[in-house]
Ligand binder design. Structure first.
Ligand code: PDD
Length: 281
């Protein structure tokens, strides 16, 4: 596997992480994960915009190679031969003797690599089971930072209970899930948490918000409770890997009829149509 290291492509063995890289010691960095469909980067501009925003919020200067990032990622994709997969991009504040405050001199370190990935069609078609758990993360999860322990622990809990996602509840409000955004439908209203510091503004979420215009659903961006969630007709999650994925059971209770719902399926079809539009046949 080849790795983009700032503005150079090197082999994995030569892409060394310094022991004093702040990403390694403090989780002092940010990342993006972008889908590659048929050799095309899905929603590149939106991901780049979010990466730049995360850097700005954490006052991490943009690294060397940022202006040629897209070109270099295309080179990585070409070299890897991956047509369907994902690209992971990470920027850390850089290398410096360990002090909590920002170092005076440190060059941010950018790394990126490409991986092959199948679409998880089984989960997309049949839906997944989820649990709910307390949202114990910090109060700036709108920043896509490397600090993911709250997410990791939540996901682990889900897996241990035979589920594949953990829906996070802060107080009694459903925020998002451990690695996805949460939408819930009741009647003709589609609820999702508003974009603020309590959720990551998912790129797939943004796509789905646009796709909602092609349905009879009205988008309601408002906080809702766990109690309300359990009473919804349909629930689905969105992220870069799972796209639009039905949630058919939460905390061992069926949602609706326990099968992917009508509107979720409609949105999946709209997502599929969008992909067909983007990918020249
Ligand atoms: N995570 N919320 C959280 C907490 C996430 O980690 C993610 C995605 C999302 C959805 O964002 P997007 O639609 O831009 O993928 C929402 C990625 C996939 C990850 O950490 O691997």
């Amino acid at each position: 596997m080849n790795i983009l290291l700032n503005d150079e492509i090197v082999s994995r063995e030569n892409a060394m992480v310094d022991i004093e890289d702040r990403g390694y010691q403090f989780g002092d960095g940010i990342y993006e994960m972008i889908r590659i469909y048929d050799g095309l980067l899905f929603e590149w501009e939106a991901h780049l915009e979010r990466l730049v925003r995360s850097a700005k919020e954490l006052m991490i200067p943009l690294p060397k190679g940022m202006e040629v990032l897209q070109k270099n990622i295309h080179l990585l994709m070409k070299e890897s031969g991956v047509l369907n997969g994902s690209v992971y991009i990470q920027i850390t504040r850089g290398v410096s003797p360990r002090t909590h405050h920002f170092p005076e001199i440190a060059d941010p370190v950018l790394t990126a690599y490409v991986r092959e990935m199948e679409r998880p069609l089984e989960q997309i078609r049949n839906g997944i089971k989820a649990i709910t758990t307390e949202d114990i993360r910090w109060l700036r999860v709108d920043i896509k930072s490397l600090n993911l322990l709250g997410n990791v622990l939540a996901k682990q809990k889900a897996v241990e209970q035979g589920a594949s996602e953990a829906i996070l509840v802060r107080g009694d409000i459903v925020t998002e899930a451990s690695s996805s955004n949460v939408f819930a439908i009741r009647g003709q209203e589609c609820f999702t948490h508003p974009t603020n510091q309590f959720i990551l503004n998912g790129i797939t979420r943004q796509v789905v918000v646009r796709l909602l215009e092609s349905t009879n659903l009205t988008l309601v961006e408002t906080p809702f409770t766990k109690e309300a969630l359990m009473e919804m007709d349909e629930v689905f999650i969105t992220n870069t890997g799972l796209e639009v994925c039905p949630v058919i059971e939460i905390d061992e209770q069926l949602i609706g009829d326990g099968i992917p719902g009508y509107y979720t399926t409609q949105l999946q079809k709209a997502f599929e149509a969008l992909l067909l539009e983007l990918i020249p046949q």
